[in-house]
Design a protein around this ligand. Structure first.
Ligand code: GCW
Length: 655
């Protein structure tokens, strides 16, 4: 627990623990997680031995407390702070809450009870055991190799896994899927003869209340079981899954279940047998049910070999077209895991309409903390404001539930951005995305700016520096608007992609324009964008309930930031902002680079307030961010000047 050497403390530096370390603590209760809490308190007290005398803070397990399995009540009065919880996990979350509060945890305040809004708060790791020569070990990973797998097997030294589990628990995460959803040959065997390696990892994660999940291949009965079919309605297949689940639980009693990517980007699935995705999910759900396990079935099903000439196929429609009709057909322990947008984690997308169309299905919303399309952890891009917008969106309009509320059946999932990098996330400032994800999963309506403040206090301990206010305001300036800045210098107005094919880093305006992947912008000399209206386009806009189906239907009512996602318009089309589309493209691309330059400048002024190695790492990454941002600006602006022939009203240099 002591943070193995060379591992960054992230949001749990010793300074943050000091508030507890300097107080008399009593812990009433027993159980494995309570032991973890005892060890945490001992660590905070610097192994100096428990302080004597009346307790300043009491952690009390009370089976009658009305806190649920993970919540806790905090009472602060008369100089004593009490954390009460009905279950040990609640005490541990209460401990980390006290750490977050710092000195404020010890001043009188009204009693508060905290419970997570979502019971499943999961990270998916796209980690492979094997290292691919081009893709590396972690698919879309930008933080070094895998935290879990090394040299072809589960890491023998699991201090890092333990330290990771601790950080995750400290921001509220309670489940981790430890391998890539694209399940290759080696990794498939984790389900069977290599389950003990998963069990070893699960043992560490479990110390902090995290449940372990495994990605499995839908074809496992064939690939591992030697059957001639994976047909979900075949009894032999059903039996095979039951045996596999029994085996997993025999090794990992608190195992969470499986994550499945089926009929998606070449992965096997039920379509091969003429079966539905409900059939596919249910056979696996049935196998897990006796153990209380859950299958997370991904809804990322679309045609990835489409002909770019075919204007009738719209990838954005796919999740709804495949899954809305299956509503009500999934077993109780099957969760449909839906990406938050209809395409693929672009810098700007509308909320996926299928989320609002599944009232009888448990839905989990999937976010991407790993920055595949948002700068690959070389660019600063704080995603909390984007996620908060998604979670606050109301698919049925003002009187309906938010996405955060609709996810209560299945939870919130994020693709992890962490790896074996000493800073966990490659870019030290990308730690904020991981932290904010956990906090939003606990409380989807949390204010992202407040979370930024929280994270800053914990990670940078401003009060320990010579100029706390300069550090705080500098970090705020650098991170607060960084997502909008990134959007400004990349793909405009919701149109998406325009990235280099394959690795997805850097500009490639036509990179995917004539590809089979279904991600087009249709720019010509007159205009740009995808007509997804019901009246004249692909009909995607009609997948929404009112008012959104109407809002998105016409360019007049569509919000500017999504205009090109929903409509093909002339370059001279005037936005609500009063600017033409072409002038918006030019202006935002110049502004985006200027904002990134300004952020780089602010970071430079913090050199005396941030640990030198951390400061240097970020400074170095800013060099790359700026190089890349200028490339984006110049390629995008030049592309549209050449297509449209319309000059920049500002007369700036375009190539
Ligand atoms: O965004 C795409 C990525 C793939 C990924 C896929 C998915 C794991 O480019 O690398 O595969 O999404 O979500 O399954």
């Amino acid at each position: 627990m002591t943070g193995p050497s060379g591992i960054d403390h992230a949001w749990l530096p010793d300074a943050a623990l000091r508030g507890i370390g300097s107080r008399r603590v009593t812990i009433e209760g027993d159980g494995p997680l309570v032991d973890t809490l005892r060890a945490e308190v001992a660590y905070a007290q610097g192994n100096a031995g428990a302080l004597q005398g009346d307790a300043d803070i009491v952690f009390r397990l009370d089976g009658d407390a009305d806190t649920g399995p993970e919540g806790f009540t905090l009472t602060r009065s008369g100089g004593r702070t009490t954390v009460t919880a009905a279950a040990p996990a609640g005490l541990l979350y209460g401990f980390f809450h006290v750490v977050r509060l710092g000195a404020a945890a010890f001043t009188d305040a009204p009693e508060q009870t905290h419970r997570p809004a979502l019971s499943r708060r999961m990270l998916n790791h796209w980690d492979n055991i094997d290292v691919h020569p081009v893709m590396g070990q972690v698919e879309r990973g930008y933080a070094g190799g895998s935290l879990f797998w090394e040299d072809g097997r589960a890491r023998g030294d699991r201090d890092r896994v333990r330290a990771y589990a601790r950080l995750l628990a400290a921001c509220g995460i309670n489940a981790v899927c430890v391998n890539n959803v694209n399940v290759h040959g080696t990794e498939a065997r984790l389900l069977t003869d290599r389950i003990s390696e998963v069990a070893a990892i699960a043992g560490e994660l479990g110390e902090y209340g995290l449940r372990t999940f495994l990605s499995v291949s839908f074809a496992a009965p064939v690939v591992l079981g030697g059957l001639d079919t994976a047909d979900p309605l075949d009894d032999r297949v059903r039996d095979w899954w039951r045996t596999a689940a029994d085996h997993a639980y025999a090794h990992i009693p608190d195992f969470g279940g499986f994550v499945v990517k089926a009929d998606s980007e070449g992965q096997p699935g039920p379509f091969a047998y003429g079966r539905s995705h409900a059939d596919g999910a249910n056979v696996i759900a049935d196998a897990l049910a006796p153990h209380g396990g859950t299958v997370h079935w991904r809804a990322f099903v679309y045609n990835h070999v489409q002909d770019w000439r075919d204007r009738t196929t719209d990838r954005a429609r796919a999740a709804y077209d495949h899954f809305a009709a299956l509503d009500g057909q999934f077993k109780d322990n099957a969760v449909l895991q839906v990406k938050h947008g209809p395409m693929d984690f672009q810098v700007r997308e509308p909320v996926s309409p299928v989320i609002g169309a599944l009232s009888r299905t448990r839905v989990a919303v999937e976010l991407q903390a790993t920055q595949e399309y948002t700068g690959q952890q070389r660019h600063v891009c704080a995603l909390a404001p984007m996620w908060s917008g998604v979670l606050g969106f109301r698919p049925e309009g003002e009187d309906g539930a938010t996405v955060g509320q609709l996810a209560d059946g299945g939870g919130l999932v994020a693709v992890s951005n962490a790896g074996a990098d000493p800073y966990w996330t490659g870019h030290p400032l990308a730690q904020f995305n991981l932290y904010a994800y956990g906090r939003l999963a606990w409380q989807p309506d949390a204010d992202p700016q407040q979370l930024l403040h929280e994270w800053t206090e914990l990670t940078f301990s401003p009060e320990e520096t010579a100029d706390p206010e300069r550090l705080r305001s500098g970090l705020r300036a650098v991170l607060r608007g960084s997502w909008e800045t990134y959007e400004k210098y990349t793909a405009p107005l919701g149109v998406g992609f325009m990235v280099q094919p394959g690795h997805h880093y850097g500009p490639g305006v036509d990179g995917y324009e004539y590809s089979p992947w279904g991600t087009y912008h249709f720019a010509d000399r007159d205009g740009i964008g995808v007509d997804r209206s019901r009246a004249t386009g692909t009909g995607y806009a009609a997948q929404y309930a009112k008012p959104w189906s109407q809002t998105y239907e016409t360019p007049e009512s569509c919000p500017d930031e999504l205009l090109l996602f929903f409509h093909h318009v002339p370059y001279g089309h005037v936005l609500h902002s009063g600017k033409t589309v072409i002038q918006h493209i030019y202006d935002t691309h110049f502004e985006g680079v200027e904002e990134a330059e300004a952020a780089q400048g602010v970071w430079a002024t913090l050199a005396d307030l941030v640990a030198p190695a951390r400061h240097a790492r970020v400074a170095e990454l800013y060099e790359e961010q700026l190089r890349s941002a200028r490339e984006w600006r110049d390629q995008v602006n030049s592309y549209f000047l050449r297509k449209s022939g319309i000059p920049d009203a500002g007369g700036r240099r375009i190539y």
